[in-house]
Write a new protein. Structure first.
Ligand code: GDD
Length: 342
């Protein structure tokens, strides 16, 4: 009987980790997931898989070499997916050292421990569209990187030093996905899309009166996370390690996202006022959206829109969910969830 392939996923408890684990288990892999101890329920997104014998969860941390060593020695992976990171761009301005420790040094620790266990291991590193920073869209693999946050700086340094660097110096198989924003009902609630769908669902049900946002005019290329993890896997099945942009090629503003979610929930919305005084108002002149300086970033990536031609042609990957479908999926999931609490 053919032996099952073994995958090791850091960040298994996050949005992407949970979708990727499901995808790989369906493909017949044995999956080892590395998770950090947190005070919140770490199994929130993976509880349906928690009893699956193909999934083994181990405690560990990209800041702790011995934990990586132990888990990797047990897993002996054919493929490693590094999805663990300090992933909140806004928070990276407040915690730059921690960001560098995890998103930069952590990547090197993981790679060096993984190749000790299996020299031929194939490694996926989660790079990010944030690395393009102020470079104007559309952005692709040949665009200039111009990061503006500690998060993006650390990711870019890891990309240069450990993805490209180790690939060229030592011939390791390390691929990297330059993923544009990807969302789902499993998205963390501090990211803007989920913050909007949770808040509006609660407003619709009378559980909340209003919520605050930062820059309404930032533009992002938003796709569906479950669809994006398939590209990660495809990258590790190529003959050679390479870098790929994964994106829908269509961008929308935060304002568009709010409007689309309101449309989906049948909440009439008009914008009034300007900049920090701008508000979103509904029936009866009730303010449901306000602007708070707190949610602006010290430096902002204004517009991202990816050109995923290379992923389409070389991986056969394509975006499968439109912006409207994504907003609908997320608002409906939150509405259903909060209805249960009534
Ligand atoms: N989080 C947040 N909260 N963002 C807001 C808010 C708010 O209240 N109001 C406006 N925004 C704007 C941000 O300034 C940014 O321009 C945009 O909404 C998207 O913010 P996030 O959802 O926090 O995501 P991100 O684009 O900064 O980063 C995400 O995508 C990257 C690319 O895939 C993260 O998932 C990164 O880890 C990832 O690399």
């Amino acid at each position: 009987m053919k032996e099952k392939k073994r995958a090791f996923i850091t960040g298994i408890t996050g949005q992407d980790g949970s979708y990727l684990a499901e995808y790989l288990i369906k493909k017949g892999y044995d999956v080892w997931g590395l998770m950090r101890r947190t005070s919140l329920d770490p199994l929130m997104r993976i509880h349906t898989m928690a009893d699956d014998r193909s999934l083994k969860l181990r405690y560990g941390n990209l800041r702790d070499t011995s934990s990586l060593q132990r888990a990797l020695e047990e897993a002996k992976p054919d493929e490693v997916y590094n999805l663990a990171a300090l992933s909140d761009v806004g928070i990276s301005f407040k915690c730059p050292e921690e960001t560098m420790e995890v998103n930069y040094y952590g990547v090197s620790r993981l790679i060096l421990e993984a190749v000790k266990v299996n020299k031929k291991v194939r490694i996926y590193q989660a790079s990010t569209s944030e690395m393009f920073g102020t470079t104007k869209p559309p952005q692709n693999e040949r665009s200039i990187f111009a990061p503006v946050s500690p998060y993006a700086e650390a990711k870019l340094m890891a990309y240069r030093d450990f993805v490209k660097g180790y690939r060229e110096q030592y011939g390791y198989f390390i691929a990297s996905g330059i993923l544009f924003n990807h969302e789902s009902p499993r998205r963390g609630e501090h990211f803007v899309t989920r913050k909007i769908t949770v808040s509006l669902a609660k407003i619709k049900l009378g559980l909340q009166k209003s919520f605050s946002l930062g820059n309404l005019d930032a533009r992002r290329d938003w796709g569906y996370a479950s669809n994006y993890v398939t590209a990660m896997h495809a990258m590790l099945q190529q003959k050679k390690p390479d870098d790929f942009v994964v994106a829908t090629g269509i961008s929308h503003s935060v304002r568009d996202f709010v409007e689309e979610a309101c449309k989906e929930l049948d909440i009439p919305l008009t914008w009034k006022g300007k900049s920090l005084k701008e508000v979103g108002v509904t029936k009866g002149n009730k303010t449901i959206v306000t602007i708070d300086k707190e949610f602006y970033r010290p430096a902002e990536v204004r517009a991202l829109c990816g050109d995923a031609t290379k992923a389409r042609t070389e991986l056969g990957w394509k975006p499968k969910v439109t912006f409207e479908e994504l907003v609908r999926m997320m608002t409906r999931a939150d509405l259903e969830h909060y209805k249960k609490s009534l």
